[in-house]
Design a protein around this ligand. Structure first.
Ligand code: HAM
Length: 423
């Protein structure tokens, strides 16, 4: 019988890697708390309509990547491909704006997109999201970019740089769209089949197509920067100035369009060369119209999502948290010694001291081997003889020095020992 395998594009995070994920998540949570973000936890399943209305019907995600199904009650549901739409839905549903429109949220969890799996691209992947609601100011955009830069610095990721752009707003983008569409009409024979389709439905996306032919064809395309209205120009300049003032280096990339339709004005990504084709560790931007488009009041918002799988791959090449090693291993020799060993180990565990024991009836040699394999700092050897004599040897596995510990009140004596030797 063949063993069952996980689904293509869905991966397991095993011990060894999971500690790395925990390190990243803990750093992110600390930074979020310092910057005033609070956690929101949301369902992974939402009504399909939510994503179609927010991410956009003519995006790759909605057109071809969502895991959508009809449940037994006939509702059309989708495994969330991203978190922003759900956060807006919750913010509106619970009228969180009623007392104070300003909220800063973060959430961490899995997303689902049926993309072609490759390194850095999975069908279930995790994101760390941060969103600021109720602030139209460019300083909110700048703050999000600073949070990302700060997290990358804390994690030692040096090869990561913000790329920023402005996509304009409903006042100025339509003119650009028209100009771009008439430019694209003249280069149709050089565009890939996706871009030929996008030319009509979502022409801005043609600008960040990675296919070399499309890049060449759009080299002389009109530039968004030339079409920004005064308000968008001022907004974008302030984001840049705020980053300059904090000495954050960034690249202005007027082709940074992003794959979701809700953005207006600022968009940004943290890019790296460490991941090959999947060069974005994080992406985000401003989405002022989304709350209103989903039936709520007109509330500005801006946010980002980090690809946790990608970030973990990069951080893993820089640092690997050591697996936790036990302070103590109790080599229990003979069945009669096991009740005492078990009592002692469980007492130490509840006191926060990592202790392990030999559960099976194995020789001293094989238990010592296991203690070594686990990297135990100390080994306590308890045989029936030791119980009779009332003392058991405790061996320091590094120095090999050995002392006798009275068996009476064993857990307390070991606790005192570890406190005195600080582990
Ligand atoms: P996104 O650019 O689609 O934006 O995703 C953000 C990040 O998630 C990407 O930069 C990448 O690191 C990671 N990511 C996306 N797809 C995959 C995948 N298939 N496998 C591995 N990692 C992936 C959003 O999702 C927006 N909701 C971000 C946002 C929040 N904008 C405003 N607020």
């Amino acid at each position: 019988m063949t063993t069952l395998q996980s689904i293509k594009g869905f991966k397991d995070i095993l011990p060894g890697e999971s500690e790395l994920w925990q390190t990243i998540e803990e750093q992110a949570k600390t930074i979020f708390s310092d910057f005033g973000f609070r956690e929101i936890r949301l369902p992974m399943l939402e009504k399909t309509e939510l994503f179609a209305r927010s991410i956009g019907e003519a995006t790759d995600i909605v057109e071809k990547e969502m895991y959508t199904f009809q449940d037994r009650g006939g509702d059309l549901l989708t495994m969330r491909p991203e978190a922003t739409a759900g956060i807006v839905r919750a913010y509106l549903q619970h009228k969180l704006y009623a007392q104070d429109p300003v909220h800063k949220f973060y959430t961490i969890g899995p997303m689902f997109r049926r993309e072609r799996p490759q390194k850095g691209r999975y069908r279930q992947f995790s994101q760390i999201n941060a969103e600021i609601f109720g602030v139209a100011s460019p300083y909110a955009d700048a703050q999000l970019i600073l949070v990302l830069v700060h997290l990358m610095n804390r994690l030692g990721v040096t090869d990561a740089k913000p790329h920023i752009n402005s996509l304009g707003c409903p006042a100025c983008r339509p003119d650009f769209r028209t100009a771009l569409q008439s430019f694209l009409a003249g280069v149709g024979d050089q565009l890939c089949s996706d871009c030929l389709r996008r030319r009509d439905t979502n022409p801005l996306r043609v600008l960040d197509c990675k296919v070399p032919g499309c890049k060449d064809a759009t080299r002389n395309a009109p530039a968004l920067a030339d079409y920004l209205c005064a308000e968008c120009q001022r907004h974008f300049a302030t984001v840049g100035q705020a980053l300059d003032d904090r000495n954050v280096a960034y690249t202005i990339d007027d082709r940074l369009v992003r794959g979701l339709d809700y953005y207006i004005r600022t968009t940004f990504e943290i890019q790296t060369s460490a991941l090959g084709a999947q060069n974005a560790i994080a992406g985000g931007g401003r989405y002022d119209g989304l709350a209103q488009a989903l039936g709520g009041p007109d509330i500005p918002a801006t946010g980002f999502a980090i690809g946790l799988d990608r970030l973990a791959e990069i951080v893993g090449s820089i640092q690997r948290p050591a697996p936790p090693q036990p302070h103590l291993y109790i080599a229990a020799l003979g069945e009669n010694t096991r009740p005492l060993a078990f009592q002692c180990v469980s007492q130490l565990n509840t006191r926060g001291i990592r202790a392990e024991m030999g559960y099976e009836d194995k020789s001293l040699k094989s238990q010592m081997k296991r203690a070594n394999k686990l990297g135990a700092g100390y080994v306590l050897i308890i045989g029936e003889q030791e119980i009779k004599q009332g003392a058991a040897p405790l061996r320091n596995m590094t120095s090999k020095a050995q002392i006798d510990i009275p068996v009476n009140g064993l857990a307390d004596r070991l606790t005192a020992h570890f406190e005195n030797t600080s582990g």
